[in-house]
Write a protein that binds this ligand. Structure first.
Ligand code: FDA
Length: 310
């Protein structure tokens, strides 16, 4: 119930307006968001790489219906990739970027998908210049086909572009089979949006079972699986599946979100696994934070306690 409610609120512009102005917000947000500026993102990435972790950076924003905003987001990525290259953080993909297509124009009426593709293409070119990669985030199920179509287009020129697949969607095991091919980078996660039963498993156990089936397909395949989860059970299962497939440590990676289970991130990296941390930054933190609260009552309590003690 709480999860569904918070996911519903994640798209409310009224609640967003109130919370973004609340004086407490910035302090609380900082636990999950690296800051607002390019410098903040680069600093967080440098700290994480210093501790042996890999990084993917997300410039926060989504669902834009404003072409100027879509261009601003594109420009933020270009500036970020330039800064990462200058600091030699992006070398060999140690720090890459994650992009939400709805933030670069996918939701615009008419030519949205085409505009998002062009913006993503410019970001990919900048990533190539910086020596790194791009992963397309996956949003709600109404965008899945469009995002996979943009992925196919981009991969013709930039074969290293990755995509996210969500195990809560009933279609995802099939999508994993399609994408478990040589050179293909797939991030598997459970999925963070409010989805109807017709397209998505609703029960946590079903979502986890689907995650295991999908991870198996990806680890048995020829691509580069990126297993994104904080779930200790799933992490153990992924380790066992990778060992069974004799996967070398550099042929797949674990991924977690900034600020979530940081000690576990370091433990996994210290064991010789690749561990990449997803680092969001920027001012548009509302939707992202609401999804984190929906995932875990403790995250919601952290937020409410901070509001109460301010
Ligand atoms: P879940 O939230 O179900 O937690 C399972 C268990 O993990 C818990 O029971 C607990 O044991 C442990 N745990 C979780 N949080 C903890 C905490 N704070 N402290 C201690 N233990 C904790 N989604 C999407 O729809 N599209 C996308 O593009 C992406 N991209 C993405 C990138 C990366 C790198 C990650 C890690 C995640 C995403 N996600 C995403 C979000 C994803 O879909 C999912 O919502 C979250 O990862 C939460 O799911 P978990 O697998 O972590 O399990």
């Amino acid at each position: 119930m709480l999860r569904q409610g918070l996911l519903g609120l994640s798209r409310s512009s009224q609640v967003r307006g109130v919370l973004e102005k609340a004086p407490v917000s910035r302090d609380v947000v900082r636990r999950f968001v690296a800051g607002e500026t390019t410098e903040d993102a680069v600093r967080a990435a440098a700290d994480l790489t210093d501790s042996g972790r890999l990084v993917t950076i997300d410039f926060l924003g989504e669902d834009t219906l404003d072409i100027a905003q879509a261009q601003t987001t594109r420009d933020a990525y270009l500036e970020l990739l330039h800064a990462l290259a200058e600091q030699e953080l992006s070398t060999a993909g140690a720090v890459e970027v994650s992009v939400k297509l709805s933030a670069v124009g996918q939701a615009l009426p008419g030519d949205g998908e085409k505009i998002a593709l062009e913006h993503a293409r410019e970001i990919c070119q900048a990533a190539r210049n910086a020596g790194t990669t791009v992963t397309l985030d996956m949003e709600d199920h109404t965008t899945t086909d469009s995002t996979l179509s943009v992925l196919r287009d981009l991969r013709q020129d930039f074969p290293w572009v990755g995509a996210v697949l969500q195990s809560y969607l009933r279609r995802t095991e099939g999508d994993c089979r399609d994408l478990a091919t040589a050179g293909s980078r797939v991030r598997l996660c459970k999925g963070a949006y409010k989805e109807p039963e017709s397209v998505a498993f609703q029960d946590g156990a079903d979502v986890s079972a689907s995650y295991v089936r999908c991870a198996k397909v990806l680890l048995e395949g020829q691509g580069y699986p990126m297993l994104a989860s904080h779930d200790p059970q799933l992490i153990d299962i992924i380790g066992a599946l990778a060992a069974k497939e004799l996967r070398p440590a550099d042929s797949y990676e674990f991924q977690m979100l900034y600020g979530i289970r940081p000690h576990e991130q370091q433990r996994i990296a210290a064991e010789g696994h690749q561990m990449r941390v997803y680092v969001p930054y920027g001012q548009e933190w509302y939707g992202y934070l609401m999804r984190r609260m929906a995932e875990r009552p403790a995250n919601t309590m952290f937020f409410l306690r901070a509001l109460a003690t301010k």
